[in-house]
Each structure stands twice: as structure tokens, then as C-alpha cells.
Design a protein around this ligand. Structure first.
Ligand SMILES: CC(C)(COP(=O)(O)OP(=O)(O)OC[C@H]1O[C@@H](n2cnc3c(N)ncnc32)[C@H](O)[C@@H]1OP(=O)(O)O)[C@@H](O)C(=O)NCCC(=O)NCCS
Length: 140
């Protein structure tokens, strides 16, 4: 398993992950969005046997990074790759504040973020079409 910065050659595989995990989700990233984020922000990919099986997207802000999306193909979930991506991000990103929003019912993701000392800062009512969100923050 390798974690590396993604680049424009990876768009097709990143889109495949997005489509597999977020079918019918209006907030799923398009080809154009991936292209934009690869230029302006940071995407790390997880590669196993030369295939991309997960990614994490961080938006670069002046004083912090905002976690926009993290996605691991279903058959690879629950094997520590989410932890590996967070660990790698926190080691390599050069700011001390990290923020994210997560669905209130996504307990797996919330547990993962809490492992890295993200704290719940507020409830975001109707942040998603069909659900409230929670804003979480890490200051190190
Ligand atoms: C959420 C997600 C990124 C977590 O990554 P993962 O590789 O599956 O998680 P890991 O195996 O690294 O586990 C990390 C922690 O999450 C929690 N966790 C993982 N799987 C879990 C499960 N099935 N039930 C409960 N908690 C779970 C545990 O606290 C675990 O830590 P532990 O193993 O030390 O107990 C991944 O499951 C995923 O891509 N889900 C679909 C997309 C999504 O919801 N993205 C987040 C919002 S954009």
C-alpha cells in the first residue's frame, strides 16, 4: 500500500471511486471538480497493486485545511486505510488547524475523526439535503 499525491492522470480512477460510493448523491464530485481540485487543492490517493482504491481531498485555506471528502472503496473499508490517510495528511499538511463537516449519522467517520482528536464544534442544521451535519475541528 502506498499513499501519494494524486495528479491529473488519476482522474478516471478517482471518478470511479466517487461513482461507486456516492451514486445518486448530488454532492458527488464530477470530472471537472476533480480537475479543479487537483490544481488548486490537495488530493492524496491510496494505491494497492497499482490501483487507486481510496482518496482524501483537502481544501487549502489561508490558515487551515478543510476536509472536503474521504472515500474508500467498500471492499477496502474497515481495514485501517481511513486511519492511514488521516495520519498521512496530518503528517504532511503544513498548517495547525483542520476543519470538516460530517453527517450526524456517519458514526464510522465521526469515530475516525475523534481518534485524531477532532472535536465537535457545532451542529449544522440541514447542512445536507436530507440530514444535519456536525462541524469538527482539530487545532494542534
Ligand atoms: C468513513 C471511512 C473514510 C473510514 O475509513 P475506513 O478505512 O473504513 O476506517 P478505518 O478502518 O481506518 O477505521 C478507523 C476507525 O473508524 C471506526 N470504524 C471503522 N469501521 C467501523 C465500523 N464498521 N463500525 C464502527 N466503527 C468503525 C473505528 O473507530 C476505527 O478505528 P479502530 O479500528 O481503531 O477501532 C470509510 O469507511 C469510507 O470511505 N466510507 C464511505 C464514505 C464516507 O462516509 N466518507 C466520509 C464522509 S465524506
Amino acid at each position: 500500500m502506498k499513499i501519494q499525491v494524486a495528479n491529473k492522470e488519476d482522474i478516471k480512477e478517482l471518478l470511479n471511486i466517487e461513482e461507486a460510493l456516492f451514486t445518486n448523491d448530488s454532492s458527488a464530485l464530477s470530472k471537472a471538480s476533480f480537475s479543479y481540485h487537483l490544481k488548486k487543492n490537495i488530493i492524496y490517493k491510496v494505491v494497492i497493486d497499482k490501483k487507486i482504491i481510496a482518496y482524501i481531498l483537502w481544501l487549502k485555506r489561508k490558515n487551515y485545511y478543510r476536509l472536503y471528502s474521504v472515500a474508500i472503496l467498500k471492499e477496502f473499508q474497515g481495514k485501517g486505510l481511513g486511519k492511514a490517510l488521516l495520519e498521512y495528511s496530518l503528517t504532511n499538511l503544513d498548517k495547525d488547524i483542520f476543519e470538516l463537516e460530517v453527517r450526524v449519522k456517519n458514526t464510522v467517520a465521526i469515530k475516525l475523526y475523534e481518534k485524531f482528536e477532532f472535536k465537535k464544534v457545532k451542529i449544522l442544521e440541514n447542512f445536507y439535503d436530507d440530514e444535519d451535519g456536525i462541524k469538527m475541528r482539530l487545532k494542534r
